[in-house]
Structures are given as C-alpha cells and as structure tokens.
Design a binder for this molecule. Structure first.
Ligand SMILES: [Zn+2]
Length: 404
C-alpha cells in the first residue's frame, strides 16, 4: 500500500462536504471506521495488533516482549486519527499513515530490524468530545485517573464510560497499562507543523525535529462594575466592567509582542449580558504560551497590572511547565537527517505525555505552508509528506538498526 492510497482511504471518513473539514471524535461511528482501517492495515502487513486497556491500538513488527526481555525494547511511531471539530486532514493521520509507509519502505529495502517496530494509533488525542486532550496517552501512563476519565461527559451528557460501553468496550478495563508502556523503548511521532517556522526559512527544509513543548497556561480574568441603563446613564456616572476588561485584552497582546510569546482571549462571559445594559462583570480566559517560562509569566504579570488597576482579579486555572523531548535523541535525529532544524512547539501531543512519563520521545514536523491547523485549511504538499516518510524511514533505520 502506498502513502497515497492509504490517504485516499481515509479522506471521506467524517468529512463535512460543505467545509471540507473533519469531525472524528473518540468512540463514535467515524472513530470506529478509522479503528477498523488501522486494524486492516496491520493485518494486511502481518503485524500483531494489540489494544491496550485504554483502547489505543498497537501494530507490532516483531515481538516486543521477547525483545524487552533481551534488553532491546521496541521503537514505536504513529500518532492519532481523531480530530477537533471541523479539523484538518493532516493533524494526526499524517503521522499514522507515514508510520505504515515508513515500515513498508524499510521492508521493501530488505531491512532487518534489531528491535521490534510498532505503529500506534492513540485514541482521543484532541479531547474534542470529552474535553481532555491526549486522553488516550494520559490514562495509559497514569497522568489521568480512570475514575476521572470515566466520569467526563460530552456535550450531550454521555459519559466516557457510557461511550466506551456503546463502542463495545468494558469501561472498568480503563486504567494505566505499564505493560504496554514498557514495550516502548523510544517513541517518535511525526506530525504536520502547526505554525510557519519551516515555511519562513530561506532554505528548502520540509522537516524539522521537536525540541520541546512550550510552557502554557490558562488564567481567568475578572473585572467588576455596576449594571445600569445604556441610554440614561451619563458617561461620567458609569462604572463599566468592560472597559477594564478591554484594556486587559489589549495589554495581553502588547505584552505578548514585547516578551516574544503568544496570548489569546478566546472566551468571554458578560453579566448581565444585555445589549442595552452596562456590564457589571466580565470574565474572560487568557491562554498564554511561549518558548520561555519567565516570558510567559511576564505576560501574565503585565495583564495582571492592568486588571489590578481596574480593581479586577486574575486567577490561574492551569499551568503546564515546559515539556522537553529527550535532547540527545533530538540531536541524534537532527544530525542523522543532515542537520535539520530543531524547533519548539506551542501545541500539546501524545509524545509530550510519553516524555513526561519517562519514555524517550521525539517529534518530526512536516512543513505546513500556511501554518494553519485545527481548520479545514490545514495543508502540506504531497512532496513534503513523502519527505516526511523518508525522514521517518531514516530515523527508524537508525534507531532499530543493529548498530543502535
Ligand atoms: Zn495532533
């Protein structure tokens, strides 16, 4: 099977004819179709398919347990097949299809691996249905408890436990699976770039290696005022909560520019929320990320100063420190691929969850000419996708080869 025929098979699954975007959520009919596709690709190649306690699918070339016992744990590559609402075709599937294509290339070349090679499909990476991103790898590694996962509910009020049951799985099986994690000696995830770093370089460079996942967090901003009539209240008599909030949003943008970060206020709640009422309270969420932890903190401090000035409040909802990928592994891969760039990313990935669980992990990014992601406009050229497969093949040769 070639890259293009696998890509063609996946193209119609969960596609909205109008927008061209994808809706492929965990444990839905679309997800089931994708899981069947994965199983069929494994079977076609004579790989051993296993499904762990969480539902992640693993297709092995070679026996991972025998190799582990011999001190040569496997090399795993792959990604996810689910999507955000109205997502692009590449985020996730590119990594899974490239994994199978790279495995084919290795076999066609007569390569005999010294370590088993696995292809993985992580379930529920985007968290589009139940709200927690990387749920498959989080539960697998124990970063999220099975109890919490089972109780998460989708927009219709269906819990993950109910969704699992409906998909023919036993929700009580859910839980950390150290036996599965131990088999993964090294994990390499290929992913479409979600940004424009590669396309802005002077040189023609279709692939980069990941260095780390940026530190990121969410903060709740709250400003207070007094509700009153929008027509009869004189400007000098107003206490308008929106003014302080608006100043904070502008401050976030300015601070992000100044400190080399990104900042977004994408969700706002206004009280009382009437067109003809002066706002008495505004709550909004700031998402701030950047390569440097201190710089992100400075953005939040600048925004806090402005909110303070207006008598408001800033509360930290979540904070994730920088997740570095194995630096030695990243260097080795970059060198093996001819000195390609090593870049950070502001997006979360299963590879980051595995890295946090102590699995040596790496990422390869394939150039995205517009940088757009989580949108039907997400794109990579077929030449660049094939360059990604070639890079992954080289990396697997290196990591699973006899000299490794
Ligand atoms: Zn992804």
């Amino acid at each position: 099977m070639t890259f293009s025929s696998m890509w063609r098979d996946l193209t119609p699954v969960g596609r909205d004819a109008r927008s061209g975007g994808y809706s492929r959520f965990a444990w839905t009919r679309e997800d089931d179709t994708l899981r069947q596709w994965f199983a069929a690709e494994a079977q076609r190649r004579g790989l051993d398919l296993t499904v762990d306690r969480v539902g992640n699918q693993w297709a092995w070339w070679g026996d991972p347990d025998a190799a582990l016992a011999a001190g040569r744990p496997g090399i795993v590559t792959g990604s996810h097949l689910d999507s955000v609402p109205d997502g692009g075709a590449f985020d996730g599937p590119l990594g899974v299809v490239s994994a199978f294509a790279a495995l084919d290339a290795l076999r066609d070349s007569g390569f005999e691996p010294d370590r088993p090679i696995g292809v993985v499909n992580f379930v529920d990476e985007e968290g589009a249905r139940f709200g927690v991103a990387c749920a498959g790898s989080r539960i697998l590694t124990g970063a999220m408890t099975a109890d919490r996962a089972r109780s998460l509910a989708d927009a219709d009020g269906t819990s993950m436990a109910e969704a699992l049951t409906a998909a023919g799985r036993d929700p009580h099986e859910l839980g950390p699976d150290s036996e599965t994690v131990r088999r993964v000696g090294t994990f390499v995830e290929l992913h479409v770039e979600q940004g424009r770093h590669l396309s802005t370089l002077d040189t023609d460079t279709p692939v980069a290696v990941g260095s780390d996942i940026w530190p990121h967090g969410r903060w709740r901003l709250r400003t207070l005022g007094e509700a009153n009539h929008a027509g009869t209240t004189r400007l000098e008599d107003r206490d308008d909560a929106m003014l302080g909030f608006a100043a904070a949003v502008i401050a976030a943008r300015r601070a992000a520019e100044e400190h080399g970060c990104v900042a977004t206020v994408g969700k706002v709640a206004v009280t009382p929320g009437g067109v003809n009422a002066i706002p008495s309270e505004v709550t909004g969420w700031l998402d701030a990320r950047g390569a440097d932890e201190d710089a992100v903190r400075r953005v939040v401090a600048d925004v806090t100063d402005v909110v303070d000035e207006f008598g408001g409040l800033v509360v930290e909802d979540s904070w994730t420190a920088s997740t570095p990928f194995d630096p030695g592994l990243a260097r080795r891969i970059a060198t093996r691929l001819g000195g390609i760039p090593v870049i950070g990313t502001g997006a979360g990935h299963d590879a980051g969850i595995l890295a946090n669980a102590g699995v040596p992990s790496a990422m390869l990014f394939v150039r995205n000419p517009t940088g757009v992601s989580h949108s039907p406009e997400e794109f990579a050229t077929s030449e660049d996708c094939l360059a990604g497969v070639e890079a992954l093949t080289t990396v697997l040769t290196d990591l699973a080869g006899a000299h490794a």
